[in-house]
Design a protein around this ligand. Structure first.
Ligand code: TXA
Ligand code: MG
Length: 343
């Protein structure tokens, strides 16, 4: 494959760069775009050939479907076969924003985009630059997170450049992502709504509108051997730095004592702000204990920084699972390959 020169543009709404990004997308190219969750690697969702390039650039398994991004609610009707009342309710309250809704797909969605499924995931992001680029493209934009498959999702343009330099036409720098973990994914295809991936829109918020919404067991637990994943993304190793991550479940005293007992073994801590000054090992802090939003915002950057620091073992203090904390827990337990120490 020919090596591309990846142009990185910092705009904060310079119309010229947005038009250029839109044109690249329309013509079948790849553009990394900032969203409120994480950076996305965009291509024209209706062009199977363009979408195939996303899978190549990421090294992503082809059966893992992409999220299709829209810039106005009306686009939804052209991409799905019908819009149930539950979808209208969620869209009305949470769009634009970090929520992805799965519905039966319309024929215009190529199988490359849907990973061969007869459903499609749709998201209407709130980030103004993302919306401007989708509007400029004039087509719906398929975009997975703009990381190499298996690596932590990118929350800055620098993270994207680290993974995608020379593989894509353009990176649009819109600054640091405000949410920091990927969107909430909910399927409305079955008998009742099912949460497939927790994110910035919380389960508590969803249940105020859809009280019968359930959580897929794979959100918090390792997928059982032989069980089919409701969402193909659940079965792959994810968000993992090179270091071995171990999730440690316990109160502050227990966590600090456990980590300090390993201080002679070249270990690092991923801790809460309140833990930091009691630890005798080097640490990155990902937020205060009860601040799920801060933890979400800093988690992926911290995981990438452990690689830069050459960390070999990281003991992560297990987050609280309420609110956005469920999303933090879901990403961290995957980064840890489900290795948990209960104290
Ligand atoms: O916040 C986000 O959602 C970011 C930004 C760029 O919008 N995108 C993102 O895409 O996280 P990706 O591809 O990294 O994650 C999409 C997840 C995967 O786990 C995939 O398996 C699942 O959504 N998914 C997509 N379409 C699906 C479908 N039709 N049925 C079930 N799961 C689906
Ligand atoms: Mg991803």
């Amino acid at each position: 494959m020919k090596t591309l020169y990846t142009k990185i543009v910092d705009l904060q709404s310079q119309q010229e760069e947005i038009e250029q990004a839109g044109q690249i997308l329309r013509e079948g190219g790849l553009v990394a775009i900032p969203t409120e969750t994480v950076y996305g690697l965009g291509a024209n969702a209706l062009d199977g050939q363009a979408v195939r390039r996303i899978f190549e650039a990421k090294g992503r398994p082809q059966d893992n479907p992409l999220i299709v991004h829209i810039a106005q609610f009306e686009q939804l009707a052209t991409l799905v076969t019908n819009i149930p009342e539950s979808a209208r309710l969620l869209a009305e309250h949470f769009w634009p924003g970090p929520l992805t809704i799965i519905l039966p797909k319309a024929d215009c969605i190529p199988s490359e985009t849907s990973g061969g499924l007869d459903t499609v995931a749709i998201r209407f992001p709130s980030h103004p630059v993302a919306r401007a680029i989708i509007r400029a493209a004039g087509v719906p934009v398929a975009a997975p997170s703009a990381n190499l498959s298996g690596k932590p999702s990118p929350t800055t343009a620098r993270h994207v450049l680290d993974d995608m330099d020379g593989k894509i036409e353009m990176i649009v720098d819109g600054g640091e992502c405000s949410v920091g973990v990927e969107s909430t994914v909910i399927t409305l295809v079955g008998d009742h709504p099912v949460l497939l991936r927790p994110g910035g829109v919380t389960m508590e918020q969803i249940r105020t509108f859809l009280p019968d919404a359930q959580i897929d067991p794979a959100v918090e637990h390792k997928l059982e051997e032989g069980r089919r994943a409701a969402s193909p993304g659940m079965k792959y190793k994810h968000y993992a730095p090179l270091a071995k991550v171990v999730m440690v479940e316990g109160n502050r005293e227990e966590y600090v004592e456990y980590v300090n007992s390993q201080a002679d073994k070249d270990v690092w801590a991923l801790c809460f702000a309140e833990d930091e000054d009691k630890l005798k090992v080097p640490a990155l802090c990902y937020g205060a204990q009860m601040d799920g939003a801060a933890q979400a915002k800093h988690l992926f950057d911290a995981l990438r920084r452990f690689d830069e620091l050459g960390a070999k073992t990281v003991f992560a203090h297990c987050p609280d699972r309420s609110g956005v904390g469920l999303a933090v827990y879901n990403r961290l337990i995957r980064a840890a390959g489900f290795t948990v120490v209960h104290l």
